[in-house]
Design a protein around this ligand. Sequence first.
Ligand code: NAP
Length: 254
Amino acid sequence: MELTTLNTISYIWLALAIIVHVTMFYVTAPFGRHTSDKWGISINNKLGWVIMEFPSLAIMIYFLFTGTHSFHSYVWILFSLWIIHYLNRTFIYPVRIRATPKKMPLFIVLNAIIFNVINAGLNGYYLGEFASEEDYNLEWLTSKTFIFGIFLFAIGMWINLKSDSILIHLRKPGESGYKIPKGFLFEYVSSPNLFGEIIQWSGFAVMAWNLPALTFMVWTFANLVPRAKNHHDWYKKNFTDYPKERKVVFPFIY
Ligand SMILES: NC(=O)c1ccc[n+]([C@@H]2O[C@H](COP(=O)([O-])OP(=O)(O)OC[C@H]3O[C@@H](n4cnc5c(N)ncnc54)[C@H](OP(=O)(O)O)[C@@H]3O)[C@@H](O)[C@H]2O)c1
């Protein structure tokens, strides 16, 4: 594939993110607390997470080992950060979440597979075939862009992991209900885990400084801001004592 083709696909994919972003404020993605049997066949929730996240992990590993440029520059660092995140999301996160009778519609799994194949495909292909020593060399590794980007990535990942852990531990083994989360960034927003993930992939885009990484940052924002709003509205509807000062996803802002 030529770089111009990859760029064209990225621009079309970016435009689609904006449409999906607006739509998701009106149509709640039916998984987790918002799951519903109106969306057809459903599968085990934990299995759903493994199946839908695995393509992103597999595609990046494939391009890391087959890409022309993967080991001729420091681009392997970007591959590794992506792979570490998706190792957790594919295999560790589903094991850690509490087993509940909740199921995940196959519709969500299929949509997420498309999302992951395109995002990992664009990023993996670009990093493996178009990122050269001129882009990701020692100078890049000591640049302000790289240092700021990796700092954002690490902070975002830490916020995401810590918030997910707090949520997972709200339930004792065998419980399946919901409680108001307290402490850490939950004092400021309803979904610090989603806030952390947005910061994390923004950091990745700053570090990588290429179109596919920007596209993935925009998609993460497009998906997670409406999901956080859906969570926030759900809390307010289901808990009369839900803290009024708590924002949706960005502390003090929204
Ligand atoms: N990159 C992307 O576009 C993308 C898209 C979606 C998700 N993600 C990531 O995937 C992870 C999960 O996302 P999510 O929206 O499904 O998270 P979530 O709704 O906050 O749920 C996280 C886990 O905690 C449980 N939980 C949440 N709130 C709870 C409460 N108040 N009381 C008791 N248990 C509670 C959930 O159980 P239930 O499942 O039973 O509700 C689930 O097991 C996050 O880290 C997110 O960043 C990324």
